[in-house]
Structures are given as structure tokens and as C-alpha cells.
Design a protein around this ligand. Structure first.
Ligand SMILES: Cc1cc2nc3c(=O)[nH]c(=O)nc-3n(C[C@H](O)[C@H](O)[C@H](O)COP(=O)(O)OP(=O)(O)OC[C@H]3O[C@@H](n4cnc5c(N)ncnc54)[C@H](O)[C@@H]3O)c2cc1C
Length: 385
């Protein structure tokens, strides 16, 4: 028996929408590495990408738990929310730290689906996980900032009108906080492309529309600075916690998809004159993954509840992401093994979902960095870096 699912109406409606986009739809996109434009349009039109935008700006003003339910259901149906989930967490940076003028300018159009805010540019080739060492700079010149540098693995940039971009507006100081001196700019991709911004796609093991970005004297209006100059890291921190919780919900959806698929196949496939699922060697990994999933789901809900209550949720967001990504991987492993050779045949969707769910142990933050955060911040162990 799984834990009682919250937001049942939203879940049922999202599941109905996803039923129109079955395995064949996702397989064809995967084979050609195409973006799920049609699916994202349908999701936007139904209002699911703007659940977190307050009603005064045209959204539904629902809590993060509702957004978790949307993404979990997409993944539980066999689909992938990676194509569009960023709108949910990047929007928080604008909502919590943008000026009234910025919120009025952008949020209603985002809520109505006229503007896509799907790109979040943080990672760079030389700094890796150490965000304080990013080298992309923005220098004031008249009313504008002039941006130079490079980003890597920035997803959905070719399918987004706006990007939340983290830059350095002051060098990393030896004293003070290493994250001081960073700022957040809202880049209008439609104006930037070809005018100082070059996008180069990166081919990856799953269909994720991720890219490299090159900035060569890109001019961004000063009016697009979000929050205070030099305090940009604080502006994206909330968004990062939301991102971890939402992605943990996607992992729970994946895990539930894998386990349902494993249970069905193991009950139906007969070898040696009985269903393979009657063998405990087949049953136990499926049952273990289910137990891991249900425990992780409780932590995801706890993290979302803290976030929605405005309480510190950093530790829970990180723990939820670690537990959920490991549960989805355990469920994926059990599923591919249960399917024997058929697990590797594209038409079963198992190998596609297997590739897709592996990402979450690395992005948006790797398991090691979560362990290090919990060890040093929660348990007070000495720091190694
Ligand atoms: C498909 C995909 C989509 C992505 N989308 C985005 C996006 O939209 N926006 C964005 O900004 N980024 C994005 N990323 C980047 C992602 O967040 C990073 O890849 C991830 O945070 C890891 O950074 P890195 O690749 O530089 O690894 P590194 O920092 O180089 O780390 C490599 C390995 O070393 C380990 N490691 C590093 N330091 C330590 C340490 N001190 N102790 C122990 N272990 C350590 C890490 O755990 C990791 O396993 C995406 C990545 C992928 C693959």
C-alpha cells in the first residue's frame, strides 16, 4: 500500500492529459532527439506550468506540493518533465526577488503561456559544482550590463524566451563570502541570440535539449537585474531548493512507473512453467525498490511542506533529492533486470526511462555534494573543501 497521494484532482487531470502522449510519442522524440513541443504546449494551455504563479499575475497560486504532484504524474505516466520543469523553479527567483515592475512585465505573460521561462544558467566548464568560482562576468556600461563568458549544460535554451543567468559583477574576494559579488540577470533570448549569445547543442545519452552558451559582449538592460547587485546567489538559493524538491518528485514518478511495469511483467511472463515474479530472486528487488520509493516520497512531501510554510528546507530538499534519485535508480535496475532481454528493446520504454532517470544522481546536484552538505552543515563534521 502506497502512502495516500495528495492533490488527487490535479493528479487525475494530469494523468488524463499524459494519456494522450504515450510511449510511442516519447520514443519517437527520443530517437530523433526532438523537443516535446506539443506536450509542453498542452501542459501550458491546461495551466499546469503556472501553478506556482500567484493568482494576481494569472497563475493558480498553488503550493510547491501541487507542482510536485504535476511533475510526479508526468513521470509516472512514462513521460518526462525535464522539458519544462524549469519554468516552475526559475519563476520563484523572479517572484521572490524581482521588483514589482519586473513581476508585472513578465509574470502575466509567463502564466498565459506567451513567454517561456525555461532556462537557468549556472553551470560553467571550469567551475563545475563550485558555483562561487563562475567566470562569466557582467560589467556595467551605461544603462546596460555587458556579459562575457561561457556556460555548459544549460538546458532548454533553444526552447525558452527568457533565461535566469548567474554572473559575476564583482570578483570573488578572498575575504567575505565566496558567493558575494554574483548577480542574476534575466536574459531575453530572442534579442540575445546572434547579438552576443551563441548556443551550441550538446548530444547526451538521453533526450534533454541541453546546450553550451557563449557570451561575447552580450548587452543586457540594467532593468533586467533581479534583486540586488552582488547578492545574486541568495536570489537563486530558494529556486535551487525548489528545483531539488521538484526533481525528487519526478524521481518518485519514475520509480512508481518502473515498479508498476516490473510488477505487471513479472506477473505475466512465464518461464519454467510459472510467472517469473513467483521467484523471490525476481520479487525482492522490486519490493525493496518500492519500499525505498515510499520512504523517499515521505521526505519529498516533508521538504515541500517546509518550503511552502516558508521554513528552512535546505537539508530536507537535499535529502529528498538523494533518497528519491536512489529509489528511482533501484526501481530502474529492478525493472531492466526483470524484463531480461526485453528491457533493452526500445519498444518497452524501460531502457529509455533507465537512461533518463540516471541523470538525477548527478544533476541538478550530485549525490556526493549532498552527502558533504549534510555531513558538514547538519552534522557539524569538519569541512574538506
Ligand atoms: C543533462 C544535464 C542537464 C543540465 N541542466 C543544467 C541547467 O539547465 N542549468 C545548469 O546550470 N546546469 C545544468 N546541468 C549541470 C549540472 O547541474 C552539473 O553537471 C552538476 O551540478 C555537476 O557539475 P559538473 O558536471 O561540473 O561536475 P563536477 O563538479 O566536475 O563534479 C564531477 C564529479 O566529482 C564529484 N565531486 C566534485 N567535487 C567533489 C567534492 N568536493 N567531494 C566529493 N565529490 C566531488 C561530483 O560529485 C561529481 O560526481 C545539467 C547537467 C546535465 C548532465
Amino acid at each position: 500500500m502506497a502512502i495516500e497521494l495528495d492533490f488527487p484532482d490535479i493528479r487525475a487531470a494530469v494523468a488524463r492529459l499524459c494519456a494522450g502522449y504515450g510511449g510511442g510519442y516519447w520514443r519517437a522524440l527520443d530517437a530523433g532527439r526532438h523537443y516535446p513541443t506539443e506536450f509542453v504546449r498542452a501542459l501550458t494551455a491546461a495551466g499546469y506550468l503556472s501553478v506556482l504563479i500567484p493568482e494576481e499575475y494569472g497563475g493558480s497560486g498553488l503550493p510547491l506540493g501541487a507542482a510536485c504532484a504535476v511533475l510526479e504524474e508526468i513521470h509516472r505516466s512514462g513521460g518526462n518533465g525535464g522539458a519544462c520543469h524549469a519554468q516552475m523553479y526559475t519563476m520563484g527567483t523572479l517572484l521572490r526577488h524581482g521588483s514589482d515592475e519586473q513581476k508585472q512585465r513578465f509574470l502575466p505573460d509567463i502564466a498565459a503561456g506567451r513567454l517561456r521561462l525555461q532556462a537557468f544558467g549556472v553551470t560553467e566548464p571550469t567551475s563545475g559544482t563550485d558555483t562561487s568560482r563562475i567566470r562569466t562576468t557582467a560589467v556595467r556600461d551605461g544603462d546596460d550590463f555587458v556579459v562575457n563568458g561561457q556556460k555548459v549544460f544549460i538546458s532548454r535554451t533553444e526552447h525558452s524566451d527568457l533565461m535566469v543567468l548567474l554572473v559575476r559583477t564583482a570578483p570573488r574576494a578572498d575575504s567575505g563570502r565566496p558567493t558575494d559579488g554574483m548577480s542574476v540577470l534575466l536574459v531575453d533570448m530572442r534579442e540575445a541570440l546572434g547579438n552576443g549569445l551563441t548556443i551550441r547543442p550538446i548530444d547526451t545519452m538521453m533526450n534533454h535539449a541541453t546546450t553550451e552558451l557563449y557570451f561575447d559582449n552580450l548587452r543586457v538592460p540594467g532593468a533586467n537585474l533581479i534583486g540586488r547587485e552582488g547578492q545574486g546567489f541568495n536570489c537563486i538559493l530558494d529556486g535551487m531548493n525548489a528545483e531539488r524538491i521538484l526533481i525528487a518528485a519526478e524521481c518518485i514518478g519514475d520509480a512508481r512507473w518502473f515498479t508498476a511495469k516490473s510488477s505487471t511483467y513479472a506477473s505475466e511472463r512465464e518461464v519454467f512453467g510459472r510467472p517469473i515474479g513467483a521467484n523471490q530472486g525476481v520479487q525482492f528487488p522490486i519490493a525493496r525498490a518500492h519500499i525505498q520509493t515510499e520512504a523517499a516520497a515521505l521526505m519529498v512531501r516533508q521538504a515541500a511542506d517546509l518550503y511552502d510554510a516558508g521554513k528552512p528546507a535546505g537539508a530536507e530538499a537535499n535529502m529528498a533529492k538523494l533518497l528519491a534519485s536512489e529509489a528511482s535508480w533501484a526501481a530502474a535496475e529492478a525493472c531492466i533486470q526483470t524484463h531480461g532481454g526485453y528491457g533493452f528493446a526500445a519498444e518497452y520504454d524501460v531502457e529509455r526511462k533507465f537512461r533518463e532517470t540516471r541523470l538525477y544522481q548527478v544533476a541538478p546536484i550530485s549525490t556526493n555534494l549532498i552527502l558533504s552538505f549534510v555531513a558538514t552543515r547538519e552534522l557539524g563534521l569538519p569541512k574538506s573543501f
